[in-house]
Design a protein around this ligand. Structure first.
Ligand code: SF4
Ligand code: SF4
Length: 434
C-alpha cells in the first residue's frame, strides 16, 4: 500500500506541490479563476487537489479531470508565484497520470492515436494536410462551402475557425524549400530554423519570411532535414512518452547542423524546445544533449535584435499597434522585450500596450476547440482591452494567438478596421521582403 502511495507521489511530482504556501498571489493572474470564479479552477486549488490525491486523501483521480482540462497551461501563475512553484511540471505530470488511467472510447482513442502518432510527427502527413487545404481553396469548394450552411453544422465550432485560416500555398511552392540560405552581407551567426508541424503546414509563408529576414540581418540559415513536431501538443495532452520521443528526434536532427542557435517563430513550440532539458533530465544518455539544445533554442525576435535589427524600414506614420503577448514566450521563455523593440523600430509606429497584456487570449493549443465556450469568455475579456488601445494592428508571435485574435476581431465585427499579423509578416512588409 505504502509503495503504491509513494509511486503515485512520484508520478504526480508531489514534492513540487509542497512549495505552495497557499498565499493566493497567483489567483488574480489566472484567467480561468477570473472567468469561472471557482477555487478548484485556480492554480492554488488545482495544486491542492493534486496534493490531496498524492497523499491518498482523494482516492479517485478523476476528481482532477475537469479542473485540469479547463486549465489553459498559460503558466501565468508561475510568473506570479513568490515561492517558485513549478506549476507547469505539476500540471504535466497530473495530466499524464490521468491519461495513463483513462479508458478512452474507441473513436476518441482512434483520433488521439492518429493525430499524435501519425499526423503531427509526419512531415508527409502535415504536407498532405496543407496541400489538401490548398486544393479545397483552389477548386472553389471553399467558396461553395462558405456560401452554404455547412460550416455552421461542423462540430466543435470548426466552421468558425475555417473562415479565418490563412491563404494556402500551392504544392509547387511547398516543395521549393531550400535547405540553406546564405547571409546577406557579412555573416554574423549560423542558425538552424525550427519549422514546426502546424506552422509549416498552414503558415508556411511565415516560415519562408522568417528565413529571409534572418538572412537579411546576417545569418546563414539551415533547415534541418529530419526535424519533426516539437511535441508540445503531446505533452499538454498527457502523452509524455510521445513528447520525449519527438524531443529526441529533434535533438538528433539539429545535431547534424553545427548552428549557433536553433530559431523558432512560434511561442508555443519555442517553450517546448526551451524545456527539452527539463523533459529529458532523467535520461542520462540524453540529458546533456537536451540541455544544450534548450540553451541554443531562441525565438526569432531575439536573434533579429541580437543581429542589430533592420535599417531602412518603411515609415508607418501614426499607425497604432498593439501586441498580444504569447503566454509561453512570456511565462516560460521569459521573452518580453524583443518583439516590442522590433515593433517600435519601425518609424512612425505608435505602440500601445493593452491592459493585462500578459493575460492568455484563450487559445492555448487546442483549448479553443475542446473548451470553446470557456475560451471565448476569456477572449471576449481580451478583446475589451484590445479595443481600448484603438490599435489598427494586433501583432502576435504564435500561430495559436494569431488565429484566436482573428476570431476575436470577427466576433467584434472589426475585420474591416483591424488587422492581425504575425510579427514576422509585419517586419517583412516594413523591410520590403514581403
Ligand atoms: S502557487 Fe504560488 S502564488 Fe499560488 S498559492 Fe501557491 S505559493 Fe501562492
Ligand atoms: S496555467 Fe494559467 S489557467 Fe492554468 S492555473 Fe496557471 S494561470 Fe491558471
Amino acid at each position: 500500500m505504502n509503495r503504491t502511495i509513494e509511486q503515485l507521489k512520484q508520478e504526480l511530482h508531489y514534492d513540487k506541490t509542497n512549495k505552495c504556501v497557499q498565499c493566493g498571489y497567483c489567483l488574480p493572474v489566472c484567467p480561468t479563476y477570473m472567468s469561472m470564479g471557482k477555487e478548484t479552477h485556480s492554480p492554488r486549488g488545482r495544486i491542492n487537489l493534486v496534493k490531496m490525491v498524492g497523499e491518498g486523501k482523494i482516492k479517485d483521480l478523476s476528481v482532477l479531470e475537469e479542473p485540469l482540462n479547463l486549465c489553459l497551461g498559460c503558466r501565468a501563475c508561475e510568473t506570479a508565484c513568490p515561492t517558485g512553484v513549478e506549476y507547469g511540471s505539476i500540471l504535466e505530470a497530473a495530466r499524464a497520470a490521468l491519461v495513463k488511467r483513462k479508458t478512452f472510447s474507441s473513436p476518441v482513442r482512434l483520433v488521439r492515436n492518429t493525430m499524435f502518432k501519425k499526423v503531427f510527427p509526419s512531415k508527409y502527413m502535415m504536407g498532405l494536410t496543407g496541400n489538401s487545404y490548398w486544393l479545397y481553396e483552389k477548386t472553389g469548394l471553399q467558396k461553395v462551402v462558405r456560401k452554404s450552411n455547412l460550416l455552421k453544422k461542423l462540430p466543435f465550432h470548426l466552421g468558425e475557425f475555417e473562415t479565418i485560416m490563412p491563404k494556402a500555398i500551392s504544392p509547387k511552392q511547398r516543395s521549393h524549400f531550400s535547405s540553406f540560405v546564405k547571409a546577406k552581407g557579412e555573416r554574423k551567426y549560423t542558425v538552424a530554423v525550427f519549422t514546426g508541424c502546424i506552422m509549416d503546414a498552414m503558415f508556411r509563408k511565415i516560415n519562408e519570411l522568417s528565413i529571409q529576414l534572418l538572412s537579411e540581418v546576417g545569418c546563414d540559415v539551415y533547415i534541418a532535414e529530419k526535424q519533426t513536431c516539437c511535441g508540445a501538443l503531446h505533452a499538454h495532452s498527457g502523452e509524455m512518452d510521445d513528447a520525449k520521443e519527438l524531443a529526441k528526434k529533434n535533438i538528433a536532427a539539429f545535431e547534424d547542423v553545427k548552428a549557433d542557435y536553433i530559431v523558432n517563430n512560434s511561442g508555443g513550440c519555442g517553450a517546448m524546445l526551451y524545456e527539452y532539458g527539463h523533459l529529458l533530465k532523467a535520461e542520462p544518455e540524453w540529458a546533456e544533449k537536451a540541455e544544450n539544445f534548450s540553451l541554443k533554442s531562441k525565438d526569432i525576435s531575439q536573434i533579429l535584435v541580437l543581429c542589430g535589427g533592420f535599417r531602412n524600414l518603411t515609415t508607418r506614420e501614426g499607425e497604432r499597434v498593439t501586441y498580444q503577448r504569447s503566454c509561453h514566450m512570456t511565462n516560460v521563455q521569459k521573452i518580453t522585450n524583443e518583439p516590442v523593440e522590433l515593433i517600435k523600430s519601425i518609424p512612425g509606429v505608435e505602440f500601445v500596450e493593452m491592459k493585462n497584456a500578459a493575460m492568455c487570449c484563450g487559445s492555448a493549443g487546442i483549448y479553443n476547440i475542446v473548451n470553446y465556450d470557456e475560451s471565448m469568455e476569456i477572449l471576449d475579456e481580451k478583446m475589451k482591452h484590445m479595443k481600448e488601445t484603438k490599435a489598427s494592428v494586433i501583432i502576435t508571435t504564435n500561430p495559436g494567438c494569431l488565429i484566436q485574435m482573428k476570431i476575436g476581431i470577427e466576433r467584434e465585427n472589426l475585420s474591416s478596421s483591424v488587422k492581425v499579423l504575425h510579427l514576422i509578416e509585419y517586419l517583412a512588409d516594413a523591410t520590403g521582403v514581403l
